[in-house]
Design a protein around this ligand. Structure first.
Ligand code: TRP
Length: 330
């Protein structure tokens, strides 16, 4: 049996190159090797966006299109919608019986996100989202969870919940392992160390050629280079970071030439805009096909959700049995 991978995204916005480099690219490879479940986390998106559910609705299809355009193959990977798997909510309730509030409050990612959002008090749903994420992972008994570094506390919490459940009742749940990529986080166009929609320093995967060219043209470079012949510091230049991410083949040469002042920022930008457009062009081709056939996209999500639901029902039955809560079935 193939190992099962589960991962997903909070669907609060369209995906950008940072998502591609950090996770999507890897998922496209993983789907060939593992049974892959991809979760569109609309419920988790609600924890911070409950005032704008319409935004979540739009992004459900946006993110699904981004997945498909990037090369996720719906024949291989199961793409599904979190809120349509009621067993996830049910498991969340059961797990929440034996998780203390303090263990959630001390989760470093919850702490950091809460601080970032300026919460004085935390919403119950927000505080508890690591429990709901545990349900996302365990309903399908995933063994591998590809995530970013920031998600490690949640996987650790998941492992604890699994061990506790198995020890309290019966060993029906599976302890997952995180799979953290080794690629550095993609910097933003403004040199900020994170490409992010909310900072406005991102190139989205659905960008046109003109949009890419325009954004690259305006992107920050090494501030010490005013004239073409000035000696460069590629290590502080976001454009050079993109060379490393998208033009590995000649990035060493670019590095040397920048240091010696032998390549100008304009030329460097032209090259990288070309490479990014080459990559996005492949996605654009796949994207139009699905965009012209929105029914097909809906069908993919409905079918994927049905497939996930079957697995969820099976696990739920085992969980209820383990807890002795299968009142009328035996
Ligand atoms: N919290 C994850 C993120 O922000 C998204 C997510 C929700 C997730 N459920 C998951 C990731 C289950 C892995 C497994 O990136």
């Amino acid at each position: 049996m193939k190992e099962r991978v589960l991962t997903g995204d909070r669907i609060t916005g369209k995906l950008h190159l940072g998502h591609y480099v950090g996770s999507l690219k890897n998922r496209v490879e993983l789907q060939n090797q593992y049974e892959t479940f991809l979760l569109l986390a609309d419920v988790q998106a609600l924890t911070t966006h409950f005032e704008n559910p319409e935004l979540i609705k739009d992004n459900l299809r946006n993110v699904a299109l981004d997945y498909l355009a990037a090369g996720i193959n719906p024949e291989k990977a199961t793409i599904f919608v979190q809120s349509l798997i009621p067993e996830i909510a049910e498991l969340t309730t059961y797990y929440s019986m034996f998780i203390t509030v303090n263990s959630l409050r001390h989760n470093p990612t919850i702490k950091a996100e809460s601080k970032e959002r300026g919460y004085k008090d935390m919403y119950y749903g927000f505080l508890g989202y690591p429990i709901s994420q545990t349900a996302d992972i365990t309903f399908c008994k995933a063994t591998l969870v590809p995530v970013g570094e920031d998600q490690l506390p949640h996987i650790e919490q998941t492992r604890k919940i699994v061990r506790r459940f198995n020890q309290l009742y019966q060993p029906v749940l599976v302890e997952p392992k995180p799979l953290v990529g080794d690629v550095p986080r993609l910097v933003g166009l403004d040199g900020n160390n994170k490409m992010s929609k909310s900072i406005g320093n991102a190139i989205h995967l659905d960008s046109t050629k003109e949009e890419v060219n325009e954004k690259i043209k305006k992107a920050k470079t090494d501030p010490a280079r005013i004239h073409k012949m000035d000696l460069g510091h590629p290590e502080v230049c976001p454009i050079y970071a993109y060379h490393q991410a998208f033009r590995k083949e000649d990035s060493e040469e670019i590095y040397q030439n920048c240091k010696k002042g032998q390549i100008g920022c304009m030329e460097c930008k032209r090259k990288i805009a070309q490479s990014i457009n080459d990559l996005l062009e492949l996605m654009r081709e796949r994207r139009v096909e699905y965009q012209n056939n929105p029914k097909k996209v809906d069908e993919i999500l409905v079918t994927g959700t049905e497939r996930a639901r079957l697995v969820a029902k099976e696990t739920m039955q085992e969980v209820r049995e383990a807890m002795g809560m299968n009142y009328f079935t035996n």
